[in-house]
Structures are given as structure tokens and as C-alpha cells.
Design a protein around this ligand. Structure first.
Ligand SMILES: Cc1ncc(COP(=O)(O)O)c(C=O)c1O
Length: 475
């Protein structure tokens, strides 16, 4: 593409934009489990209108735009009350779960620099189910990840946690819930270990923290995970997921200002304007804050209780449907409206392709440690009315893929690459591997089963190398 010499007219631009959508997931169908969180037409409109009203305001400097300061302050106050933060807890608005997590890890690292200056190689203890964003934070911030195992329900192993603490530990992480299996780690026991050892503890409530209090009010057995738990020192909670606000909205909360201080960035070491940032980004639109404020207030507690009630019902129905089928196995009974299931008799990757080819979107997850390859479902408000149809199509699709041969490519690759250092592979080796997974050519592949099977057979480090090389090649 080159910049056109003459500007293109508005109608043509609009047509072109619509044409760009061809091939995107049709989230409006209600048949997509993930990615888009649709609160229904009216709430979506409220969010959009607020977003557009503040699209051009800049959160770079809250003193120039007190409106944005006020949105942030009111939203954080609401969140602190929601998560039992009392009078001491504070927080900030960020662009998403990943940014909230990076900031929480940065705060922990810099808190340690001040309070434990002897630590030169900081470590963070993560259950293997913790979100990839913590690994991103670790790599960006030069913090070492110390992984701990999870039990067969995919909850963190507390005795392994105790054994993983070293003089370099700066932070322990638990999820409420973890994305993959929708289960809540034993937060109270883990945070107690952190407290006994004088360590910070972060609850990753990106996906669950907003909705879980509503689940609890509706009588679901939700274990404590928030600031009511002694030892929890920070929490990430996304609004752009199950609070159904437009994207670019998350919160990072701290038990007190003393910890949060280490999150904030100020810079006078240059010749331009003075910088103070609560978040990673500097210039950013005020849209997500205004939209979050609008949707939270529009739906209110009653609106969210209604959504929660319907989602609980839908999740239970889906679980029952999966449980009833002899070829399927739920990986772990979830604590939330998301879960994973697998099969010992058919290829889950082909089942996913089959379902997605008839208008659904469900997500594959590769095997990792004691979690085998599976199908992940994040249940959305918009999925609620499609549950019966989903189960029907799932059963039909199982019959279609029964007998499909799988695993052969994986077995060959496993043998060849299990013990190879990914960094020692040449560009030619990488190209060959990508071609084996049918992802060497132009465009995106329609069917993903071969790619998933290939990646599934390879060690995590090699998977990462392939994904990086592929992405580096296509942009
Ligand atoms: C538990 C958990 N933490 C963190 C994240 C990262 O959030 P984001 O995609 O908004 O960066 C997710 C995303 O699904 C999540 O489920």
C-alpha cells in the first residue's frame, strides 16, 4: 500500500472498512466462545457512545483532562469496594490484563529493590497455569520465573510453593480463576505462605474478579480471593472481559499506596515535558475509561446479577452436555463460567475444526505439563441462548471426526525434536517445520488441526521459536 495522493471520500472509506471485515470471526452470531464480550445491544451502544465522546481526550496528562482523572478515580473506588479493599487499597486504569500484570510485577520488583536491596536476581513463583502475561512481564522486566506444579484439578500445589521460595523471591502469583481450566487456585493458603515469608502476593483476577462476587451472591461456592484474604497485596481485574466494557479496560489494584508507589513512572531526565505515568502507555485515548464508566453504571449491580445468573445456568448446561458424552472428559470441574474438556478417543483438534467449519468458534489448547490438549470454552452472555444448539452440533461433529487418523505427524516430530535445542535449528529447519504444519505458504490456513497437532508434539521452547519466526515472516 502507498499513501494515496488525493484523499478518498467518506462513503468509499466506509465501504472499504466493511470489506476489511470479511474473514473476521462473526461474534455477533452468539456462536463465538471467546474474544468478544457482548453485553447486549443497548449496553454496547452506551459503551460506544461514551467511547466516541472521549476518543480524542488524552490520558497522557490527567491534570489537563480532569474528566479522565475523575473516571479513573471513580472506577477504581468502585473496584476497591467490590474486592473488599477497605480504605487503604488503591489502583489504576490500564489498557488490559497484560498491562495490569506487567505493572504489578514491576511494582513488586521495584518494591524489592528498595526493601530488599540484597536481591539482584529477582524471582517470581508462578503455578504452571498462570497466564502467559506473567512470562511476558518476567521477560520484559528481567525477573526469573520459578514454575510450580498444579494438582490433578489444576490448582496450585501449596507444598511445592513452600519449597520454591528462595532468598530471591519477590512475588507469588495465584489465579482466580486460571484461564485454561476456570479453577481458582488456593489463594488463602498461598497468600498465607507469602505473608509468613514477608513476600508480596498477586491474585490474577483478570478474567474472574469482576464476576465472581456476583456468582457468590447467587450462592455459588466461590473461595475467597480478594483483599479480604490476608496476604493478598495486589489484584488485576479486567473490565473489558466479564464486566463487558469496550476493550482497553483493566485495573491493577494494590492493598496500599506503599506498594503502588513502585508502579508509577516519572521522568525529568530529558529536554521535553515532564512525564508522570500511572500506566505503561503515555498518550492514550480517554475512550475506554469513559466507556467503562458508562457501561458499569448502565448495567449496575442488577444488570450484572442478571448476566451472572444466566451464565451460571448456561455453564451448568454445557458441563452436563459434555459430561454425558462417552467420548468427552471435563478436565476439572470449574469455579467459573469457563472450562476445558478433552477426549481419549478422538482428535480434539479435528473436532474443533469441524465445529468451527459450521459456524462456531471454540479454542484449542496445547498439552503442557499435566494438562493434555483440550478444547477451551469461555462462556459469554451472548452464548447463553445457543447452548442447546452447541451441544447438538458437538455430538454430531464427534461422529464426523470419529475415525479420523491423528497423532502420526506428532509421533514423528516428537522423536526428532524432543531433545533438540530450538536455538540450534537453522532457518531451513524452521521453514520445513512450518511447511509440515501447512503454514509455510501465503494467507492463513482454513483448518488448524495439522498445525495444532504439530505444535502439540513439540517442546514449548520450540513452539515459541516457530511462532516467532512465523509471525516475523507474515508482517
Ligand atoms: C486469567 C487471565 N489473566 C490475564 C489475561 C490477559 O488479559 P489481556 O488479554 O486483557 O491482556 C487473561 C486473558 O484472557 C486471563 O484470562
Amino acid at each position: 500500500m502507498i499513501l494515496p495522493k488525493k484523499g478518498v471520500d467518506k462513503t468509499e472509506i466506509s465501504k472499504r472498512l466493511d470489506a476489511f471485515r470479511t474473514g473476521d470471526l462473526d461474534w455477533r452470531s452468539g456462536k463465538v466462545f471467546g474474544y468478544v464480550f457482548d453485553p447486549g445491544k443497548e449496553a454496547m451502544e452506551v459503551g460506544k457512545e461514551a467511547y466516541m465522546k472521549f476518543l480524542t481526550e488524552n490520558a497522557l496528562d490527567f491534570t489537563s483532562f480532569p474528566s479522565l482523572y475523575k473516571f479513573e478515580k471513580e472506577i477504581v473506588e468502585m473496584a476497591v469496594t467490590h474486592l473488599n479493599g477497605g480504605t487503604e487499597a488503591v489502583g489504576n486504569f490500564t489498557s488490559g490484563g497484560t498491562e495490569s500484570i506487567i505493572l504489578a510485577v514491576k511494582a513488586a520488583r521495584d518494591h524489592a529493590r528498595v526493601h530488599k536491596p540484597g536481591i539482584t536476581e529477582p524471582e517470581m513463583i508462578l503455578p504452571i497455569t498462570a497466564h502467559a502475561a506473567f512470562h511476558k512481564a518476567a521477560r520484559y522486566l528481567n525477573v526469573k520465573v520459578v514454575p510450580i506444579p498444579v494438582d490433578d484439578t489444576f490448582r496450585a500445589d501449596v507444598s511445592a510453593l513452600k519449597g520454591a521460595i528462595t532468598p530471591n523471591t519477590i512475588l507469588i502469583v495465584g489465579s482466580a480463576p486460571s484461564y485454561a481450566h476456570g479453577v481458582i487456585d488456593p489463594i488463602a493458603a498461598m497468600a498465607a505462605v507469602a505473608k509468613e515469608n514477608g513476600l508480596l502476593f498477586h491474585t490474577d483476577g483478570c478474567v474472574g474478579a469482576f464476576m465472581l462476587p456476583f456468582f457468590k451472591k447467587l450462592g455459588e461456592p466461590v473461595p475467597d480471593f480478594d483483599f479480604s484474604v490476608p496476604g493478598v497485596t495486589s489484584i488485576s481485574m479486567d473490565l473489558h472481559k466479564y464486566a463487558y466494557t469496550p476493550k482497553g479496560a483493566s485495573l491493577v489494584l494494590y492493598r496500599n499506596r506503599e506498594i503502588r508507589r513502585h508502579q508509577i513512572f516519572a521522568c525529568s531526565h530529558w529536554t521535553g515535558y515532564t512525564i508522570i505515568n500511572n500506566a505503561i502507555l503515555s498518550s492514550r485515548t480517554g475512550g475506554p475509561m469513559a466507556a467503562a464508566y458508562a457501561v458499569l453504571n448502565f448495567l449496575g449491580e442488577d444488570g450484572y446479577m442478571d448476566i451472572a445468573r444466566k451464565k451460571i445456568e448456561a455453564t451448568k448446561k454445557l458441563l452436563a452436555g459434555v459430561r454425558k458424552h462417552k467420548d468427552l472428559r471435563i478436565m476439572s470441574e470449574p469455579d467459573f463460567c469457563m472450562f476445558s474438556f478433552t477426549s481419549d478417543t478422538i482428535s480434539v483438534f479435528h473436532l474443533i475444526d469441524e465445529m468451527n467449519s459450521i459456524g462456531w468458534y471454540i479454542q484449542p489448547a496445547l498439552s503442557y505439563e499435566n494438562s493434555r490438549q483440550n478444547i477451551h470454552l469461555s462462556i459469554n452472555f451472548s452464548n447463553v441462548e445457543w447452548v442447546d444448539a452447541f451441544i447438538k452440533d458437538l455430538y454430531k461433529s464427534i461422529e464426523k471426526v470419529r475415525g479420523v487418523k491423528y497423532g502420526e505427524l506428532g509421533d514423528v516430530l516428537k522423536k526428532e525434536f524432543e531433545n533438540k535445542d530450538p536455538d540450534s535449528l537453522s532457518d531451513q529447519d524452521i521453514r520445513q517445520l512450518l511447511e509440515m504444519g501447512s503454514i509455510g505458504g501465503e494467507g492463513f490456513p482454513e483448518a488448524m488441526a495439522d498445525i495444532s497437532e504439530m505444535l502439540n508434539a513439540l517442546p514449548a521452547k520450540l513452539r515459541e521459536r516457530l511462532l516467532i519466526e512465523y509471525t516475523n515472516g507474515i508482517f
